[in-house]
Design a binder for this molecule. Sequence first.
Ligand code: PLP
Length: 355
Amino acid sequence: MERNWIWKETEDFRMEKKNLDWANLGFGYMVTDYRYVSNYKDGKWDDGALITDPNVTLNECAGVFQYSQSCFEGLKAYTTEDGHIVCFRPDMNAKRMMDSAERLEMPVFPEDRFVDAVEQVVKANAAWVPPFGSGASLYIRPYMIGTNSVIGVKPADEYQFRILVTPVGPYFKGGAKPITIKVSDFDRAAPHGTGHIKAGLNYAMSLHAIVTAHKEGFDENLYLDPATRTKVEETGGANFIFITKDGTLVTPKSDSILPSITRRSIMVVAEKYLGMKVEHREVYFDELKDFAECGLCGTAAVISPVGKIVDHGKEICFPSGMEEMGPQIKKIYDKLTAIQKAEIEGPEGWVKVIM
Ligand SMILES: *Cc1c(COP(=O)(O)O)cnc(C)c1O
């Protein structure tokens, strides 16, 4: 298959793959060969390098330990049918991390350096990138932490930007079955708080809520808007998409929702590639019963279908049911994943060829 719109040059890059059971990988951490590290000191970032030591040694009083100064990103690299290694919109992760850093009084790691670092660390770990057809991918986790000692409450002066990579299995083994979500009594974000950035602290405070939901037999939490508790926000790590009975894609808008790159890509795909009407607006909880389909979107699973939302015993069951993804969401899923896999041409710059 020749796809010259994406492969600018052909390279021979047969590399010895690691001897892993690719088809049966879980979603967990595994130590790989290289990680990227850059340190910030005296007001500037150093040149950065690939290193082999997976451990971080820091002073006991480092800012990250005392006041949780940390933010992160998540994206994936994977092998296409032609044997190229690609990733999806890393520039968007770079930009979002710049926003996170600014809100947390951390230094910004420049976009071009971020994308270059992703490229370097994936290339160095090419042997860990799962082969095409395994359903697995290389999860890429960029993050930044405050590293010098801080005891009085203030931002650190020194920081470390790192990227670790680890091979992960398909998020859903044996296909995506619709999940059941509970309306949480906890909030994940405050009005004018940090819900819109990818800060570790947002996850620390959501752990109790998700453990509680799991104990009660639910897969995820639906968080309402913290100010009025009448509008739909998101789950702990994925944005919502809904389909109305007349086929419009609706996705919630709020200043305390984390702007998912998957969700923003879905909006483009639905409108430009599938000719759907797309609405990005406030969504009231009372509207949910009128939607035909519901899904969660994020890098990990792309789209997970939602079959049921439970609000203190009251069930909202979507007409798409508990057996399979609804038909409109399936269409979006198929189109977006085809673009990600470079089977069809997506908007310019979405698929970044690493090697
Ligand atoms: C990372 C994240 C998402 C998903 O974002 P993607 O860019 O699509 O992976 C959604 N919600 C929260 C709270 C997140 O942290």
